[in-house]
Design a protein around this ligand. Structure first.
Ligand code: NDP
Length: 284
């Protein structure tokens, strides 16, 4: 079997076109573009690239994108005050604090200061709680991107066995809840899971969100399974790889996402989707 490659770039382009249409309609109706404000503390090179990409993508989609850059030695109180100010500003629809924060800054306290209606990363306890209890709210972008990819290939999760490898608040836990919402039978695996290959081999759908290059091998995969690779790992040669051994697994899976050009391409598109949704919800 040769897996069909799920093209994240192509699906993301479709999402962005939908976002642009909605952002333009919002601007026409309200006399201003929806606004996404990103807060970046410090000079972590990867974070700087992510933030620049978010700013560029917002502008391309007809939104206002503003980056607030703060020095690495910023005090907790100053950062919280900025987030509170953005939360109170009516022209700000989405707020994203780029993680990880440097030094001893407490990200939980900063996230808690975001107005939940503007929390486009879906990390505020109100939004995490809404997802856990099956209510509407803003949802984390990467898991939403994975769900959109499954939707695009017309995959029916009803009654399927899904295994999520990874249990972070950003990816593993929310994607597990979203799969459950679509009636999959979900197992969450992590670093203490016994006999991980056997657990994964049972799955119709595998979501790998670990951060270990090419960890998931072909003999872990049930023939015909759908495999979504969230991992982004940078090798010594600077090249990106996923958590799944792409060459091997593509011979066993029915569908597989590449790295790069898979889930990573979806994340920013879903962030823009969240920002426009936040703007439309606040204005309604
Ligand atoms: P975290 O480091 O927060 O979580 C990693 C998870 O993997 C943990 O739950 C950990 O288990 C588990 N884990 C670690 N080692 C093993 C192992 N050997 N076997 C099984 N499970 C293991 O990472 P994130 O969830 O934030 O991100 C995961 C990956 O996804 C990273 O590569 C990251 O770069 C990427 N990512 C990609 C995005 C995209 O846009 N495509 C967006 C966000 C992340 P335990 O809890 O027991 O420690």
């Amino acid at each position: 079997m040769t897996a069909k490659i799920i093209d994240g770039k192509e699906i993301a382009a479709r999402v962005r076109a939908e976002v642009k249409r909605d952002a333009d309609a919002f601007a026409k109706k309200h006399g201003r573009a929806p606004g996404l404000d990103v807060v970046l503390v410090g000079e972590d090179p990867a974070s700087q690239v992510y933030v620049r990409n978010k700013e560029k993508a917002s502008l391309e989609c007809g939104m206002r994108g503003t980056v607030h850059r703060l020095p690495a030695d910023t005090q907790q109180a100053v950062l919280v005050a900025l987030v509170q100010k953005l939360s109170a500003d009516d022209t700000v629809d989405g707020i994203l604090v780029q993680l990880p924060l440097p030094g001893r800054l407490d990200s939980a306290q900063v996230i808690a200061a975001i107005d939940p209606g503007k929390d486009v990363d879906g990390l505020h306890p109100v939004n995490a709680g809404a997802l856990a209890s099956g209510n509407s709210g803003l949802r984390p972008c990467t898991p939403s991107g994975c769900m959109r990819m499954l939707e695009e290939i017309g995959y029916d999760l009803n009654g399927k066995k899904a295994v999520v490898i990874g249990r972070s608040n950003l990816v593993g836990k929310p994607i597990a809840l979203m799969l459950l919402e679509k009636n999959a039978t979900v197992t969450i695996a992590h670093s203490r899971t016994a006999d991980l290959p056997a657990v994964v081999r049972d799955a119709d759908v595998v979501i790998a969100a670990v951060g270990k290059s090419r960890m998931v091998k072909a003999d872990w995969i049930k023939p015909g399974a759908v495999v979504i690779d969230v991992g982004i790992n940078r090798g010594a040669d600077g090249k990106l790889s996923g958590d799944v051994d792409f060459d091997e697994v593509s011979r066993v899976a029915s569908h597989l996402t590449p790295v790069p050009g898979g889930v990573g391409a979806m994340t920013i598109a879903m962030l823009l989707r969240n920002a426009v949704d936040a703007a439309m919800t606040r204005a309604s």
